[in-house]
Design a protein around this ligand. Structure first.
Ligand code: ADP
Ligand code: MG
Length: 290
């Protein structure tokens, strides 16, 4: 049975916007050694601004943006929202869209008005054998676009680190967390700049969803049994990792339903610093129970 004090702890957590789905997770929050985080939407806002639109050859900026918007019309990814916002043209009707494929960790392959559009990262271009212009030197998230196997250009978008991410990490360090690791499907340049700015111990970039699970499993195998690993994420693809980690934490506002469902703890305000509150409440609750 669950000691009564846990209900008090869960109640005070919920007042701070932290939903804890059971006393065992509140107890587990007392011994957290490692915090593993997704990048987009967890450490960053998950709201991208379009910084550059760079068409290839005879294509215009308008053509490039329209093709990207056509491909992204049905996607829920934060990248899609930013491209659709930048595209101010006429609405794209969903009955013009056929063969919609969202390829995890790569991007989209969609047929619109009979044209096959690709919009995604370099892995997508390589997988589809597109002769593209690699912009590995750009410091942002790059969306390459191709139409009927012809490279059309790229769109550079950028996201911002959440204001409270730094505070979250320093506060968690003071509470005894000693390892911070970021996992992302985004490119190495972006991952490195976020990791440097936040002073993370480690990061892994360009991961496919299955590789995120593998990384977390490796870390779980290496860690002490009495020390817990938290994974913090927000996306549909994060649900399996949330389920596998000792404590899965999802962002409640930005998070996908799948992530919120799979999580043990939900941060309703999307603020990573609320994890500090969660651990403080866990410590206080333990004090009054034992
Ligand atoms: P993250 O780990 O940052 O949440 P995802 O696994 O969702 O990343 O995506 C990894 C990468 O795959 C993105 O950085 C992007 O390059 C590409 N990608 C994913 N979804 C889309 C999309 N809808 N449009 C274009 N590119 C996408
Ligand atoms: Mg994500």
């Amino acid at each position: 049975s669950i000691p009564l004090g846990f209900f008090g702890g869960i109640g005070s957590a919920s007042k701070q916007g932290v939903l804890v789905k059971g006393g065992n997770y509140l107890e587990a929050l007392n011994s957290v050694q490692t915090v593993v985080m997704d990048k987009t939407g967890t450490l960053t806002e998950g709201v991208f601004d379009v910084a550059e639109i760079v068409p290839e050859g005879d294509w215009s900026k308008g053509d490039l943006l329209k093709l990207a918007a056509q491909a992204e019309t049905n996607s829920n990814h934060p990248i899609a929202q930013s491209i659709l916002e930048a595209y101010q043209g006429e609405n794209i009707k969903s009955d013009e869209i056929d063969n919609y494929q969202e390829i995890a960790g790569h991007g989209l392959k969609v047929t619109v008005d009979g044209k096959e559009i690709l919009a995604g990262n370099h892995k997508l271009m390589e997988r589809e054998d597109i002769n593209y212009n690699d912009r590995i030197d750009s410091s942002g998230t790059i969306i390459y676009v191709a139409c009927d196997n012809e490279y059309v250009g790229y769109i550079l978008i950028s996201d911002k680190i959440k204001e409270d991410a730094k505070e979250a990490i320093s506060g968690l360090k003071r509470l005894g967390v000693d390892k911070f690791v970021m996992l992302t499907g985004d490119n190495k340049q972006v991952a490195q700049s976020v990791a440097d700015e936040l002073g993370l111990d480690d990061y892994y970039a360009e991961l496919l969803p299955d590789q995120k699970i593998e990384k977390v499993e490796e870390m779980l195998n290496r860690s002490d049994d009495d020390q817990n690993l938290i994974f913090v994420g927000d996306g549909i693809n994060d649900a399996p990792v949330l389920a596998r980690s000792d404590i899965g934490v999802a962002m409640g506002g930005l998070g996908s339903d799948a992530a919120i469902e799979a999580a043990d703890v939900v941060l309703m305000k999307d603020k990573p610093s609320n994890l500090i509150d969660a651990i403080n409440i866990a410590k206080f609750t333990r004090k009054i129970i034992w």
